[in-house]
Design a protein around this ligand. Sequence first.
Ligand code: AMP
Length: 284
Amino acid sequence: MRLLHSESEAATLAGCVLVPTMGALHQGHAALIRHAARIADARSCACAATIFVNPTQFNDPGDLARYPRTLDADLALCAAAGAAAVFAPDAGTVYPGWPEHRVAVPPLPPVATQPGLEDSHRPGHFAGVCQVVQRLFDLTHPAAAVFGEKDWQQLRVIRAMVAAGGAKMDVIPSPTVRDPDGLALSSRNRFLSPADRSRALALSTAIAAAAAVPDLPAARRALADALQTCGVAPEYAVIRDADTLGETTQATRTYRTLIAARIGSVRLIDNGPWSGGPQPASGA
Ligand code: AMP
C-alpha cells in the first residue's frame, strides 16, 4: 500500500474509488474500504482512502482538539481492508497558505442548509465538509467515492454538491456498521463511559421502535417515547423525507428516522429507514 502526502502524489490517484475519512478508523470505515475495493476491482482501478482531520468542519474547538489521531493503526486497517493507497496530507497541502488560504467553499445545496438538523446544530459544519471534500476530489480526481449512511445528511449533501458541480463521479452509499447490541460505530464512542455507552443504545433502540410502527404520527410518538424512557433528551429526533430531509409530504416516497443527542460529553448521531408509509409502486 502506498502512503501519499503531496499534491503531486495525490494526482496519481486519478480514476480511483476514494474513501474520505478523518482517521481514528474502526470497522465501519473498514467496511467502506472493502466496499470501495470491490467496486475498484470490478472497474479495474485502485481503491484509495484519505486521512485528514479537517479543521474547517469542526464548530467546536474542543471536539477538534480531542479528535483521536491514530495514524499507524489507521494505515494497518486500510491495508487489511484492501486500499492500494492512502493519501494523508497536512493542512498546508489541503489549504495552501494555511491558516490563511483561499480554498473556496462550494455553493451549499438546500439539503445542507434547510432541514434544521446537523445544519442548525453544527453551524458551519457542512461548509467545512463541502470545502474539504471538493478539495480532496480536486486533488485526487476519483471516478467514484464511497460515503457511509451513518452520516445520512452528509451523504445527501455530497450527492447534491457533486450533482450541482456537474462532475462525472459516482457517490456510493455504504450501510452503517454497528456493534452487536446496535450502537453505530463512531470514532467518538471511545469517549463514552460504561454507563453512557449503555445510555447511547437509546438512539438505535428508538430508531427500531419507530420502524416497528406502520403509522407515521404513531411512529413519531414511539420515537420520542423510546428516547424519554431511556432518559435521553435529543437535539433532534425526527422522521423526514429521506432525500430532501425536509418535512414529509404527499410526494415523499422514502423516509428516514434521524437522531442527534448528547450522551455525557459525546455528541452522537444515528439514523435508519422508516418504511411504514406508502411504498413506491413496483417498477416506479
Ligand atoms: P469519519 O472519518 O468518521 O468522519 O467518516 C468517514 C466515513 O466513514 C464517512 O463516510 C462516514 O459516514 C463513514 N462512517 C463512519 N462511521 C461509520 C459506520 N459506523 N458505518 C459505516 N460508515 C461509517
